[in-house]
Design a protein around this ligand. Structure first.
Ligand code: ZN
Length: 533
């Protein structure tokens, strides 16, 4: 199948965004780009080899997006979970459950999320009998919008009864007669969640659904931040069955480091569609929960400066062992104090950085002195511009004085720091255009407070697109093969309905992906581009 030649002609093809290079024709041979340049030449090249020619008729093509930090399995699980947001009644909740059960006969567990009894017409909480009426043969877990409570059916309660701990309030609600109602709270929710162990087949289904979602959004390569063994195994099975079209890069969860060590697995191990890049480690929590580690207390809660999730010794050990085994470290650092700790650990083994390009994930609150230090050490970063509108309360957390330290993308770039874009999906939506829009506008049109203090950190569209393609390829250390449409690179590209460099900033979030090609193979084709199929 890889002897096929495909030429796309008469398009506006962005070959790269830095420098800005365009072409009218491109020829794909097998999984690589054979030629990029004039439409006439691309046309002839394909015809000489009895290849296929698709006339783009003025449409825009560009390199596929590389999401440098996300959670592909959680995205897939989310796509296989019932959306219970805006449920208006218990009847509505039952209807959604019924529909999902009918369309997902393979599911061993049924999960849903997002209901709120405050908006139920019945004016009461849902209970196990409500669920039993619809699904009684398999366990159901429907989590409330807050995540701190859930309703389960009798089948789930049966499974819970097999546990050593008795099911008592406050974790498990009982009615006046002492019977379990089906409402579970706090640790009870966690206990039920932990009972759900997915099989390889289920993981494969989640990962396939997540891949399809990626393709329809124009994402051709993703890096999984914290890949667990079950997910790696499922990806590997997909690859063996020739079912893995998405390019996946795994940053193993740190528990897997000893195994990589024993096997002698180093960065870049694998196949063009599935590689191990390195190890992911968490150094703090989140700004939202005030668990990100700050050097000064939170402005809206002076009693705390956050919570470390790892000791400095442990962090040093992981950086040392990963470095010695040629694995790239991706360390989650949101608060400036945790960034200090990560930089200390990186600096202690700095001789490895040029070769391994260790990264900081998120880099949310970073001081000017740290930016200099990062640049000097050659440490890169995977950032998520869509955190800006989502963390609309960020200035409350850190105060006005520290506001300029929050997501300072332009300053980081000007300092010469390698940067890639990402979504942390499902934390933020996978759609890259929402992220590009956020990087360009920084919440200006949404009235996000941070935009007032950091307007100088806005990026132009070409820079944002560069960071989402070549920039991400650089922090994955794969810029020689991915990120632009230059000859010899992998044929990973997308066709879109608008020219992002010509539209108004507000319109960026509405750009639609018409087609996605990975390794020369069309993996997503919309009706508007049926010629490609
Ligand atoms: Zn993440």
């Amino acid at each position: 199948m890889f002897s096929q030649i495909l030429s796309l002609i008469n398009g506006k093809i962005y070959v790269s965004f830095k420098p800005l290079k365009t072409a009218n024709g491109i020829t794909l041979f097998g999984d690589k780009i054979l030629y990029v340049g004039s439409a006439d030449h691309a046309d002839i090249l394909a015809k000489l080899q009895n290849g296929k020619v698709v006339d783009l008729d003025g449409k825009v093509a560009m390199p596929g997006f590389i999401d440098s930090h996300l959670h592909l399995d959680s995205l897939g699980i989310g796509l296989n979970t019932i959306d219970m947001r805006n449920t208006t009644s218990i009847k509505d909740l039952q209807d959604r459950l019924k529909k999902f059960a009918a369309t997902h006969p393979e599911a061993k567990w049924i999960r849903g999320r997002g209901w709120d009894q405050e908006s139920f017409e019945e004016g009461r909480w849902p209970n196990k009998s409500d669920l039993d009426e619809v699904v009684s043969d398999k366990p159901v877990l429907l989590i409330r919008t807050c995540g701190h409570a859930a309703v389960v059916n009798s089948k789930t309660l049966e499974l819970l009864k097999g546990l050593s701990k008795p099911l008592e309030p406050p974790e498990y609600d009982r009615d006046n007669s002492g019977e379990l109602t089906g409402i579970v709270r706090e640790d009870g929710v966690k206990t039920v969640r932990n009972m759900i162990i997915y099989t390889s087949e289920e993981y494969i289904k989640f990962l396939k659904d997540a891949s399809d979602h990626a393709f329809s959004n124009g994402v051709t390569t993703v890096a999984i931040a914290g890949c667990i063994s079950e997910v790696f195994k499922a990806l590997h099975l997909m690859l063996a069955n020739n079912e893995l079209r998405l390019r996946v890069r795994a940053f193993l969860s740190k528990e897997l480091l000893p195994y990589a060590k024993v096997l002698g697995i180093a960065r870049n191990f694998g196949h063009p569609n599935l590689k191990i890049s390195g190890v992911k480690v968490l150094a703090d929590g989140s700004l939202g929960a005030r668990t990100a580690l700050l050097s000064e207390p939170y402005s809206d809660d002076p009693s705390t400066s956050g919570v470390p999730t790892i000791s400095e010794e442990e962090l040093h050990r992981i950086v040392k062992e990963s470095s010695e085994n040629e694995l790239q470290v991706a360390a989650h650092g949101i608060g400036d104090k945790s960034i200090d700790q990560i930089l200390n650990a990186y600096e202690a083994f700095k001789e490895y950085i040029p070769k391994l390009r260790h990264r900081i994930e998120h880099t949310s609150v970073i001081r000017p002195d740290q930016i200099k230090r990062m640049a000097k050490l050659g440490v890169g970063t995977a950032v998520q511009p869509h955190f800006i509108p989502s963390d609309w309360w960020a200035v409350k957390r850190v105060g006005v004085k520290r506001a300029p330290w929050v997501y300072p993308f332009k300053t980081l770039l000007d300092a010469g720091i390698r940067m890639g874009f990402s979504t942390d999906c499902p934390v933020e939506p996978l759609n890259p255009w929402l992220t590009v829009y956020a990087a360009v506008t920084r919440g200006e049109y949404e009235g996000i407070e941070l935009s007032k203090y950091t307007a100088n950190e806005k990026l132009d569209v070409a820079t944002a697109l560069h960071l989402y393609t070549q920039g991400s390829a650089q922090i994955l250390h794969e810029e020689k093969e991915l990120g632009t449409l230059e000859e010899g690179k992998f044929a990973d590209l997308i066709i879109i309905d608008k020219d992002p460099l010509q539209v108004e900033p507000r319109e960026l979030k509405d750009v639609k992906v018409l087609g996605t090609i990975v390794g020369g193979i069309p993996v997503y084709v919309s009706d508007e581009l049926h010629l490609l199929a």
